[in-house]
Ligand binder design. Structure first.
Ligand SMILES: Cc1cc2nc3c(=O)[nH]c(=O)nc-3n(C[C@H](O)[C@H](O)[C@H](O)COP(=O)(O)OP(=O)(O)OC[C@H]3O[C@@H](n4cnc5c(N)ncnc54)[C@H](O)[C@@H]3O)c2cc1C
Length: 277
């Protein structure tokens, strides 16, 4: 089936994109890599959209180090995230995550900003952002604002971005010298969305554990984090399984996903402990 679009315009910079959005009378959709939006249009899940192509706005892609944070532009493509040396050194969770995302063709076009704004509960980058404690940067008619990731994901495909607001980038805390970051997931086939997955970060201040494909939004498993801080892995597995409520669908039952989450947590802990040895 062919996509049904209500128009197309290429934005030359962020103010131009916001102008086009304001003029679209609610029909505007930012087009970044198109790897989720165009797929949805092809399936007629979304019709009549006025596409505002932001993909060529310079200054919205790339990675830079600024003090104790990495700044990543929203238009930075998955393939660039996966190969960037600053990200590898200072936020290796993102480097690892890219290897789990889809296939090369999709990674060549998809952008980190698109993945975060799309907020698919099974996607890797939203869960990474949560585990790393990033800050998201947005720009809209009322100016710019910073959004803590803990308040960003509101529901399936729904974020704290306001109508017409654009995600321009994110700031990621630079990893501490002894920090360890791992991602674990199970998918039916390589490149498929995960049946369930998790990201585990161990810092001097404690653990951060996020779970994805286990509910409507990626979530921080705070009970499991406390048990990990206390050094009790069995209690962490129990707490994790108790605090998620995964859905059943054609891919897997909720109870299987719950079981899997505990298995993945043990794997992640053993990788982290291996790193300490
Ligand atoms: C077959 C297939 C398999 C996939 N497998 C995986 C997978 O395993 N894991 C995974 O994480 N992803 C997967 N994806 C999704 C892929 O990673 C997408 O690229 C990503 O989710 C969206 O990024 P994009 O740049 O293509 O966004 P687009 O498709 O262009 O946009 C997606 C949505 O975000 C909005 N948007 C985009 N950029 C911005 C912005 N800067 N500010 C505000 N709103 C914005 C758009 O308006 C749209 O609503 C898969 C996609 C396909 C087609």
């Amino acid at each position: 089936m062919k996509a049904s679009a209500g128009g197309y315009a290429r934005a030359k910079d962020v103010p131009h994109a916001l102008e086009l959005m304001a003029a679209s009378e609610g029909a505007g959709r930012f087009l970044a890599g198109g790897q989720s939006l165009v797929a949805a249009m092809n399936m007629r899940l979304s019709e009549g959209d006025m596409l505002i192509d932001i993909s060529r706005i310079s200054g919205l892609s790339g990675v830079s180090l600024s003090g104790d944070h990495l700044r990543i532009g929203a238009l930075t493509r998955h393939v660039e995230v996966g190969s960037d040396p600053l990200i590898r050194d200072h936020a290796p969770l993102l480097t690892q995550a890219v290897t789990h995302i889809a296939h090369a063709a999709i990674r060549n076009r998809g952008t980190i900003g698109g993945a975060l704004a799309h907020a698919d509960p099974a996607a890797e980058f939203p869960a990474c952002a949560l585990a790393l404690g990033v800050t998201l940067h947005a720009q809209g008619d009322n100016g710019t604002r910073d959004i803590p990731v803990e308040t960003f994901f509101e529901d399936v495909f729904t974020t704290a971005l306001e109508e017409g607001e654009m995600l321009t980038g994110l700031s990621v805390p630079v990893a501490e010298p002894d920090e360890v970051q791992v991602i674990e997931e199970v998918a039916r086939r390589s490149g498929d969305y995960a049946l369930t997955g998790l990201c585990l970060v161990r810092r001097a201040s404690g653990h951060r554990l996020s779970v994805f494909s286990a509910g409507p939004v990626p979530m921080l498993a705070t009970g499991a984090m406390q048990a990990l801080d206390a050094g009790d892995v069995d209690a962490a597995v129990d707490a994790l399984r108790a605090e998620i409520d995964p859905p059943s669908d054609t891919q897997a039952s909720g109870s299987y996903r719950r079981h899997l989450a505990g298995v993945l947590l043990r794997r992640a802990v053993s990788r982290i402990e291996g790193d300490r040895a």
